[in-house]
Design a protein around this ligand. Structure first.
Ligand code: UD1
Ligand code: CA
Length: 490
């Protein structure tokens, strides 16, 4: 976005000061997430896409936490604090104090209305300008208007006023055109009218919505534009609406990637965050969550029942029934089923992390395999390595973590323990059941298990009369007869 495309006559105010009582949460409502982003993050994202001259965000409840999130998302915004007077009208009034030198149009957005995209908001601004009115309200025709302010129109179709549900008469409450909580105003007119808004209503708050009737009283016109998609006007006040907003957003994201060439078998059980990216010809199987900034390369297959958080998956990789966070999976690699990749896992091209394997802070080189029942932590593995089933890196000695370093083309026996810090040289091998406490030189075979000793006839002597003893006696005499016959043959 360059400055030349900036709209110098547009400022955006984002209302984010409320507590969100109905969420019953210690986290401020606007920081609850859908699609991996906080509600206020979605709103800021749409606001930025309009390239306004300025964005002002109003905070109060948990102001530091909210301000930090806002500035992380959009460092260019101005954060202002609402005072003790409650209500959306007061919130806008304090925001206007940061816009005293601004004389264009003000787009007011509610941080708890997260699904409106920049196209819808841009169209609202254009309608407002074309109609040359003092205010334009974004409305929506809904089946159930419970909880929303109702848009009351006059005989000519202009907006006469907005009535909150708690202040509505039965007739007003039956209106199904709701206020989406998003408006465009002329800055100077808005400032003048807000000064006149009182708090004589059911909630004792200074309502922004009261400005509409005041404007009409002052001889100004107020228009309403219906959102093209009523679901996009959804406001999040409780956890039921939070889940509904998440579902609507997810359906939108899934559809977007399907149209970009991704096969998604079951949209209902597939969750993709707003910041994730998928290349064409990726296949996503049911029960899969592709979260945060995960990027999946062309032709990869993910799922079923897989969760990827901030991961990078290479072209043509296969990730099955896996839970992975902050992991990089190389091109053509295979992961799972039932793998757990913790932060700092790097799996090279054509590598394998197999069944019941946990990895952490480890690099597994190209074509290297950790196929079964293993824990690999704080480890560097070279290329072309094969670890036997049940490989465990003992990386923690109760005080500190230590690294295990395994060279190229190493093959280890089953059920090895690598007691870190330890190094296995290039091309080395280890025996089954080895506990590797000392470095293994390149090309050496490391054996740590005591030689096996067989105590002949132990079962016969110590467990006489048992089934085991009976079959053992029979097998031993058959063996003797066999050995005798072979002796005669010579
Ligand atoms: C508001 C509207 C209602 C509309 C609905 C749409 C008013 C009086 N009512 O109702 O007509 O249908 O949104 O979703 O405006 N906020 C502040 N400071 C405050 C109070 C709220 O910044 O003092 C912020 C909140 O953080 C929130 C937004 O304003 O992001 C809306 O506040 P909320 O209390 O949820 O209003 P609603 O009752 O939903
Ligand atoms: Ca609300």
């Amino acid at each position: 976005m360059t400055d030349t495309t900036r709209d110098p006559a547009l400022a955006v105010i984002v209302l984010a000061a409320g507590q969100g009582t109905r969420m019953k949460s210690s986290l401020p409502k606007v920081l609850h997430r859908i699609g991996g982003r906080p509600l206020v993050g979605h709103v800021l994202h749409s606001a930025r896409a309009l390239a306004p001259e300025r964005v002002v965000v109003v905070v109060r409840h948990e102001r530091d936490l909210v301000a930090e999130t806002v500035l992380d998302t959009a460092p260019e915004v101005v954060v202002v604090d609402q005072d003790e007077t409650p209500g959306t009208g007061r919130a806008v009034e304090v925001a206007l104090d940061a816009l005293t030198d601004f004389d264009g149009d003000v787009l007011v957005l509610s941080a708890d209305v997260p699904l409106l995209d920049a196209d819808t908001l841009g169209a609202l601004v254009r309608t407002h300008r074309d109609a040359a009115v003092a205010a334009t309200v974004l409305s929506a025709a809904v089946d159930d208007a419970t909880g929303y302010g109702r848009v009351i129109r006059d005989a000519d179709g202009w907006v006469a006023r907005i009535v909150e549900q708690k202040d509505a008469t039965a007739a007003e409450a039956s209106v199904t055109e709701i206020n989406a909580g998003v408006y465009v105003f002329r800055a100077q007119t808005l400032r003048a009218q807000l000064a006149l808004v009182g708090t004589a209503n059911a909630q004792g708050e200074k309502y922004l919505t009261d400005v509409v009737a005041l404007l009409r009283g002052a001889g100004e016109a107020v228009a309403a534009q219906a959102a093209p998609d009523a679901a996009a006007a959804l406001g999040v006040n409780d956890r039921v609406q939070l889940a509904e907003a998440a579902r609507v957003l997810n359906a939108r994201i899934v559809r977007h990637w399907q149209l970009e060439g991704v096969t998604i078998l079951d949209p209902a059980t597939t969750w993709i965050d707003a910041d994730a990216t998928l290349a064409p010809d990726v296949t996503v199987l049911p029960g899969t969550h592709i979260l945060r900034s995960t990027a999946v390369g062309q032709g990869a297959t993910i799922g079923p029942d897989t969760s990827l958080v901030d991961c990078e998956v290479g072209e043509g990789a296969t990730v099955t029934r896996t839970d992975a966070t902050l992991a990089v999976i190389g091109a053509g690699a295979t992961v799972g089923p039932f793998a757990y990749l913790r932060p700092g896992t790097y799996l090279g091209d054509k590598g394998k992390i197999g069944t019941f394997v946990e990895t952490k802070n480890s690099t597994i080189g190209a074509r290297s395999k950790v196929p079964h029942l293993s824990y690999i932590g704080d480890t560097t593995i070279g290329t072309g390595v094969n670890l036997g089933a049940g490989a465990i890196t003992a990386n923690y000695d109760d005080l500190t973590k230590h690294r295990t370093e395994i060279g190229d083309e190493v093959h280890t026996g089953s059920h090895n323990v690598f007691v870190a810090p330890v190094r296995i040289g290039d091309g080395a091998k280890t025996g089954a059941g080895a506990v590797i406490r000392k470095d293994v030189p390149p090309g050496a075979l490391a054996l740590s298990v005591a030689p096996q000793r067989n105590v002949e006839g132990w079962v016969e002597k110590n467990r006489p009369g048992t089934g085991a003893a009976d079959v053992a006696v029979r097998a031993r005499s058959a063996q003797k007869a066999d050995d005798g016959a072979q002796e005669e043959d010579r």
